[in-house]
Write a protein that binds this ligand. Structure first.
Ligand SMILES: [Zn+2]
Length: 171
């Protein structure tokens, strides 16, 4: 399955994807975490910076979470916001971690992406405006939404369920 599959804009079954914000790559005024380019360069590895802050794409089948089934929450690698859960992760065989829904409404934002001559919907972290990947719809995956949030592993950090709950479980 190619990442460059059906255009979500040419498909009638895409009403459930929120309308992307107008404008191409404009900074999100509502982003809670705002840092300068230099600050991001210092905090992130070169690969993380390229994907998260320059909307790069890791090579397919190379990311650390492509085939991960560990239960847990996927945080934004840049700011730590909780974005996706293992519950919504599925095996798309497209070469990138794939989710059929974000953790909650509002955790990610959507932007029209017309680069590379294609109409796509870019997915960014709502909290820090970092690039995560793209979302596609109507591809025929047998998931509840028939959407595929195609997300770079390097944009995410998995917090396994056991590790995340060990402290909170003390009572
Ligand atoms: Zn973030």
């Amino acid at each position: 399955m190619s990442i460059f599959g059906k255009s979500v804009f040419g498909n009638k079954a895409t009403d459930s994807i929120p309308a992307p914000a107008a404008g191409d790559g404009a900074a999100a005024p509502e982003a809670a975490v705002r840092k300068s380019d230099d600050e991001w360069r210092q905090e992130l590895t070169p690969e993380e910076y390229h994907v998260l802050r320059q909307a790069g794409t890791e090579r397919p089948y190379t990311g650390e979470y492509v085939d991960t089934h560990t239960e847990g929450v996927y945080q934004c690698r840049a700011c730590g916001a909780e974005l996706f859960r293992s519950n919504e992760k599925f095996d798309s065989h497209c070469g990138w971690p794939s989710f059929w829904a974000p953790l909650a409404d509002g955790t990610v934002r959507y932007i029209h992406d017309r680069t590379l001559g294609m109409e796509r919907v870019e997915v960014r972290c709502s909290n820090c405006d970092s690039h995560l990947g793209h979302v596609f719809a109507g591809e025929g995956y047998g998931t509840p939404t028939d959407q595929r949030y195609c997300i770079n592993s390097v944009s995410l950090r998995l917090v396994p369920r056991d590790a995340g709950e060990s402290e909170a479980a003390q009572s």
